[in-house]
Design a protein around this ligand. Sequence first.
Ligand SMILES: Cc1cc2nc3c(=O)[nH]c(=O)nc-3n(C[C@H](O)[C@H](O)[C@H](O)COP(=O)(O)O)c2cc1C
Ligand SMILES: [Fe+2]
Ligand SMILES: [Fe+2]
Length: 409
Amino acid sequence: MVEVRVEQLCTDPELYIIRIDDGKIRYFEATWDIPEGITYNSYLMKLKDAVVLFDTSKAEYADLFMDALKKLVDPKEITHIIVHHTEPDHSGALPKVLEENGYRAQLIGTTFARNLLQGFYGDKVVENFKVAKDGEEMDIGGKTFRFIAVPWLHWPDTMITYVVEDRLIFSCDAGGGYGIPETIDDSDEKVVEEYLPHVTKYIVTVIGHYHKYIVQNIKKLKELGIVESARMILPGHGLVWRKNPVRIFEHYERVGAGVPTKDKVLVIYDSMYGFVERRMNIVIDELKKLGKNPIVYRFTDKEVPAVSDILGEVPDSEALIIGASTYEADIHPRIRYALFEILDKANYEKPVLVVGAFGWGGVAGKKIETLISRSKFDLVDTVESRGMPTQEDEERLREGVRKLVSWIS
Ligand SMILES: Cc1cc2nc3c(=O)[nH]c(=O)nc-3n(C[C@H](O)[C@H](O)[C@H](O)COP(=O)(O)O)c2cc1C
Ligand SMILES: [Fe+2]
Ligand SMILES: [Fe+2]
């Protein structure tokens, strides 16, 4: 189901959120399974002699967005549109808004944003585009708008806006998450607790490839002194942060840096006929004996977990154990894909134990070993053997887990 929510966030300045709750989407960016859905947040600020729109919505919901917008303002009265990021989940409805605005509004964004908009929607859309340089301030409706570039959060075009007098941070993708929270803001702790794992999943799947920039950019914002004192952080997806605005950026920092949750070990494997599974049961048993908390994702003939969920588990794991069977002289296809995405989106310095099973010639273990050795992960050991695990295999597997655990501590 798709719904639109419009709420006034404050009276001074007069600020509204237009939130499209997309419960219809199944695969964000045509890739990431999100049964939890997503919201696209746009904001409208009415000032003395200016009406400012911060981002828009997806093209698919342009009509819904326009109807909601018209309840707040005549689109012709919009004087400025701030384009923080041009990915079409935020810019898709822009051509429609401009059309109904009569192309009166001035667009503000980075040079990159201008070029991307032109590529997506043509020349007319960028006719009245003002480039904002990193750190540049503009007076709009009697307020100081400071634009700060946050490249790769999520694209090279991305910037945030800081409204100086009101200490408001409009952060678009940065600070966003998947899910359709019941509330608009972070006032309800239960809602926040439920929402944060969706934020982690969002960070890894959407921005994970650039995760070092998360840490860099948040450090940059902190050094500017705007985070600690922010009155509200207003992202382009999910909750608005006003009870404890710092919390969302701190969460981003932890995910970006891969800060582990004590004792969490992520275990991922495929098993077609149960041979890998026998090995993994030994591994899981040893992990538990050593006081660890294994989080297990298995690909079998009955279960196929979503790779996006697996990705969301990586940043706060202490270590990973990957089990795979050899399949046509290669890694089993499900693990091949999961591993490819882990190494691309969730590439962290964490120890990994590799477990393999084969019929006539082991390939999976060695291939995974090679891939791991080229990544940031540290290979602790590879335990690969044929068919049914023997007593000796069991001893090697338990020894492998002990090595992994001693690597952590
Ligand atoms: C479709 C398929 C392809 C396979 N390809 C290979 C292979 O190329 N080399 C090999 O040594 N074993 C191969 N095997 C055998 C499995 O790797 C072996 O039986 C392993 O123990 C499977 O563990 P699992 O049942 O837990 O998946 C293949 C098995 C299947 C079903
Ligand atoms: Fe984006
Ligand atoms: Fe987005």
